[in-house]
Design a binder for this molecule. Structure first.
Ligand code: TXA
Ligand code: MG
Length: 349
């Protein structure tokens, strides 16, 4: 397939023309990769089952793993889902923005889009390029992260080109995604609370201010148990794992340096807090160090994580080490992605 890469920023004099071109591809049932404030999405008309099937094929994604429907306005959810008061409370506070809500589906959403489930996940992205494409196409846009199944979500156009060139019609290069980790996903419970299925920039603490009760699905922080049915299908699939094994270390920087010195061959990488880098460089000068951002700056860490993992994958490291994030605030989103990338290998020092 011929892929056209279109560079686009909000001040582009041809903004509308370029958006209309992308929207036309969507209307005709094609695939368009576009930036969102979380990660890049691989979009198609959510109401067209053939187009939805093309998404699964381009990603190499199992067909029972449902897609998120992207809307320009929260109220458009009425056309595709059965909404409720909690949905509107959440949307007033967090939409447009990086929050996805799982609701009962209406028949207007083809089964192919929702992976055969009777629910569907909706989100209104904040990114103006994403919103413009949704508006111009007049369609709800189904969009998973624009990576090949099993690689980290793409946070810039170079990542997308690595994975999707030749598999999609258009790639919109809108620069680096703001946040860098995928949206927070919640399911609304019958008691008026919500269950967190995937942590993101909208934190548990943020959700509590609106809903009071926030349950955290076990699979957010733990391994899915043998035989357990995943509350969100994405939880059951093997997640991205770097080519080199990743180990998460919890402890003081002195102990971390000692552990790495004792346990490693020459060819190792360390994802390190900026504050710790001078210490690491003096103690384990043999290791390749990737700066994660300052220890208390989880937003920068979120922005850097997938890029670092993709960069590290280009080298032949025997082992990668990274710090274990805390389980609150945006730390919970980092924790959730990193324990899965590490296949739950955590060493407490
Ligand atoms: O930030 C994001 O959410 C990005 C951008 C492009 O919007 N999208 C994204 O989509 O991360 P995807 O498909 O890579 O991840 C969506 C996750 C999957 O794990 C899927 O299983 C889950 O959401 N999901 C989708 N529909 C669901 C539903 N009805 N019930 C439970 N989980 C659902
Ligand atoms: Mg994904």
């Amino acid at each position: 397939m011929n892929t056209e890469v279109i560079k686009l920023s909000l001040d582009d004099p041809d903004f509308s023309d370029k958006i209309n071109k992308a929207a036309d591809v969507i209307i005709r049932g094609g695939l368009v990769v576009f930036p969102t404030e979380t990660v890049y999405g691989l979009g198609a008309d959510a109401t067209n089952p053939e187009a939805a099937r093309k998404i699964f094929e381009a990603k190499g994604r199992p067909s029972d793993n449902p897609l998120i429907i992207h809307l320009a306005e929260p109220g458009e959810a009425e056309n595709y889902t059965v909404t409720n008061d909690i949905y509107y409370k959440l949307s007033e506070r967090f939409m447009p923005g990086p929050l996805t809500v799982v609701l009962p589906s209406k028949e207007t959403v083809p089964k192919a889009t929702r992976g055969g489930l009777d629910t569907v996940a909706v989100r209104c992205p904040e990114n103006e390029i994403a919103r413009a494409i949704i508006r111009a196409s007049g369609r709800p846009i189904a969009a998973p992260s624009a990576n090949l199944s099993g690689t980290p979500s793409p946070t810039n156009a170079a990542h997308v080109i690595d994975d999707m060139y030749g598999r999609v019609d258009v790639i919109i290069d809108g620069g680096s995604a703001d946040f860098g980790l995928e949206s927070t996903i919640v399911k609304i419970d019958s008691d008026g609370g919500v269950t967190l299925l995937r942590p993101g920039k909208i934190t548990v603490e943020d959700l509590r201010e609106v809903c009071g009760k926030v349950n955290i699905a076990d699979a957010v922080t733990d391994k899915l148990k043998e035989g357990e049915i995943a509350i969100s299908p994405g939880m059951k699939y093997k997640h991205y794992a770097p080519k080199a094994p990743l180990t998460l270390l919890e402890g003081e920087i002195e102990d971390i340096c000692d552990y790495i010195s004792k346990n490693s061959a020459e060819n190792v990488a360390v994802i390190a807090y900026e504050d710790d880098i001078p210490h690491l460089e003096s103690k384990i000068s043999f290791a390749r160090i990737y700066s994660f951002g300052k220890k208390d700056d989880e937003w920068t860490q979120a922005h850097n994580l997938f890029n670092i993992l993709r960069e590290a994958d280009k080298e032949n490291f025997e082992q990668i080490y990274a710090p274990l994030p805390r389980m609150s605030g945006v730390g919970l989103a980092l924790y959730n992605r990193m324990i899965r990338a590490a296949a739950h290998k955590i060493v407490k020092l």
